[in-house]
Each structure stands twice: as structure tokens, then as C-alpha cells.
Design a protein around this ligand. Sequence first.
Ligand code: HGY
Ligand code: MN
Ligand code: MN
Length: 438
Amino acid sequence: MATRCLATIAVEAKPVEPLPPMTTTAIVHDLAATVMARCDTLGAISEEEGRLTRRSYTQAMRRANDQVAAWMRAAGMDVREDPAGTLLGHYAASKPGAPTLLLGSHLDSVRDAGRYDGPLGVLVGLAAVEQLGCVGRRLPFAVEVAAFADEEGLRFGRSYLGSMAFTGSFPPALLELRDPDGVRLADAIAAFGGDPARLGAAARRPEDLLAYLEVHIEQGPQLEARNLPLGVVSAIAGATRATLRFGGTAGHAGTVPMELRHDALCAAAQTVLIAEELARATPGLVATVGQIAALPGAGNVIPGVATISLDVRHQHDPARIAAVDELRARAQAAASARGVTLAWEELQSTSAVPMAPGLRARLARAIAAGGHTPLELPSGAGHDAAVLARFTDAAMLFVRCRGGISHHPAEAVDVADVAAAIAAVGRWIDDLAGEPYP
Ligand code: HGY
Ligand code: MN
Ligand code: MN
């Protein structure tokens, strides 16, 4: 995508004759088109043929990090990866020793993903820096763009590995986690070029940061239902992730009478429906079983072992915790009634967290200045901002996505909404800098 004003992105643009200064609007629309093209480029970088799956610390992740690093360097940023593998582009302040405004999101994906969940936030952050570079501006603070390593948790079952390392909240025991192929997280980080022994060194100091902003697709229907391009996130829901292992007795499908069976998969299946029933009956609660496995996995063998994932979320922690407790008790009863054991392993519990009121107010002003109604709405999805919000003032800007679809290849955004987001981020940054938006 050749862009007109961005001589700093020489990598993409052919040498062109000097152009008359561009209006901010024209710059923003050029940047939005570039963001869309770059999301397409990253959307083609996958571990799997024919669909987008990009797990942390894989070769596909390496190619994605390297591609974004090239775009960052072309924008005049200093680029590095921290010991956890988080990619960081730095745009210096007008004076040394200034704090850093952090923008960013993640480049890893779920399985068979959409191309905007994560990359949009990294690339809009980069576009905000390119906009500054376009007009030759330096701010009283540095601007850093982060692509956090492993937000989704697809490979090792834990979310936010990169942002936890960045904020010094990474539990070292997680380095012993193994992926489905038995690869240790520590070894995956090292093979990727990170340094598991220095994760502590990856931690930044809160006093070095001014704030964090994550731009992200809404992954829900609210903005589209109100015909709004942008929204301000009020808070991020709390989440509990667990693995449930049911232990029964394998046996011959043709000879074991029903009343003598200890069928692990039936206990698991009943638990899936209990989770659904409880969530439907509890306002604001969502519960999902996204993975299920039965062993030995033969059609004529009664499953002796069944394993399911569990994801429970709510905007209010007491409601989530009470629901998890009730679900655990009812799952145990369902297992016991079948003579099946239940091993419940809680993988991660992230409490609900509000976004910083002052930053939300500034975001609302920036959206309104663009002629749009600034709707505040909660996020049911988790984000690195949930980790950063415990470390510095954090805010999120939601961008409308078509049909609210996400974690699906049909994920889509409109270039006009991306332009509105870039403009809003530009105004928000100038508000922080106390300077008028050009
Ligand atoms: O699961 C989530 O909410 C996020 O996509 N990691
Ligand atoms: Mn996601
Ligand atoms: Mn995401």
C-alpha cells in the first residue's frame, strides 16, 4: 500500500516527488488504509494452511513480529523485543527522561481466528506514531507501541504471558508449562529469541509509564446496534479458566450393561449442560466449554477419561466466584452419581478491572470532537489492558466490528471506523500532551 504523506515509510512507498502538505484528514485516511492492508498482510501469516492460527513463540509469530518490526523501523522507531518476546517500538520524546505513553495489543491469535483481534490495536498504535512523524512532531513524553507476547493463551493455556512479564507479575512457575507437544514455555521463549532467565528484567517500573491505551475491536454487537464507530471501555470482565478431568472406567461398548458403567464422557457432557444452564439463569454470566477430549477415543470403547476446558466470566467478581463454586459442586455431584472422579484444575482467575476514569473522559472528548457519540460499554472479552490496569492508568478504545463477530475468520471492520479511531487516538494523545490536535 503506497501512502502519500508517509515518507517515513520508505519501505512501502516508491520515491515520489515532494507533495504539498496534507491535511490531517487526508493523513488519517491514508494511515487507515495502510492499517487495513497491514492487517491483511498479518492475516496471511499463519501456522496452518487455509486459516489463521498464530500461537505464541512459533515460526508464524516470528514472521509476524519481524514484519511489524520492519514497519516500526520504517516509521523511525527504535525497535526491540523484551526477554518475554514482546515486540516494542519506541518513538522518543522531545526531551530525555520523559515518561512513556504505551499503546498496543497482541499479535498472537486463537485457532481459525479473525485478522483484527490484536493486530488492529498494534497497528493503530503504530499509525498514531506515523501521524506524529508525518507532521514532524515530538511530544513531552515518549510513545511506545507494544505487541504483547501471548495474550490469547492458546498454546500454553494461560493468557497475558507478555503483559504479565512487562508488568513484573509473571509467576516464574509458569515457565514449566508445557504445550500439547510437550514443549516447555521456557524453552519456547528461548527458541524464539527471548530470555526466560531474565523475565524479571522485562518488568518496567510504573513510574516510567504515563498511561496505556489499547485499541481493539469490540468483539460484540453494541456499537453496530447503535450505529457508532467507536466506544470507550468502562471495565473489563473478570474471568476464570479451568480444566476439568473426569476419571471413569473404560470398557467394551457392547458388553458393559448401562447400570454398571462409569462413563467419564457422560459426566463431562452433563457438566457442559450444567454450565450452560447456570449461565442462562444468571444475569451477566457467561460460561463456555471450548475444548473436549475423551480417551481412549475409540468408537466401541466406553470413555474412561474425559477432559473439558471451562471459561466463566462476569463483570462482578462475587457473581463469577459464586457461579464457579456452584458449578464445581454440581459437576462433582454429576460425576459422583456415575462413580466417576473429578479433578478440577483452576488455570487462571483474573478479576474484573475498571479502566481509568480520567483517561476514559479524555477518550470520550476525543470521540466527541470527531463528531461521534462517545458510548461507554464494558468488555466481556479479556485484554492485556486488564493486566496493565493494575500497573498504570489504562484505557481501551473499542472499534465497531461487523455483526460483533470475533474469534472467527468473518471478523471485519470498516476503514472509515479505523480512520475515526486513528483520529480519536491522535486527539487523545494531544489532550494528554496539552497540545491542540493539528
Ligand atoms: O479470551 C479473551 O477474552 C481474549 O480474546 N483473550
Ligand atoms: Mn481474542
Ligand atoms: Mn484480543
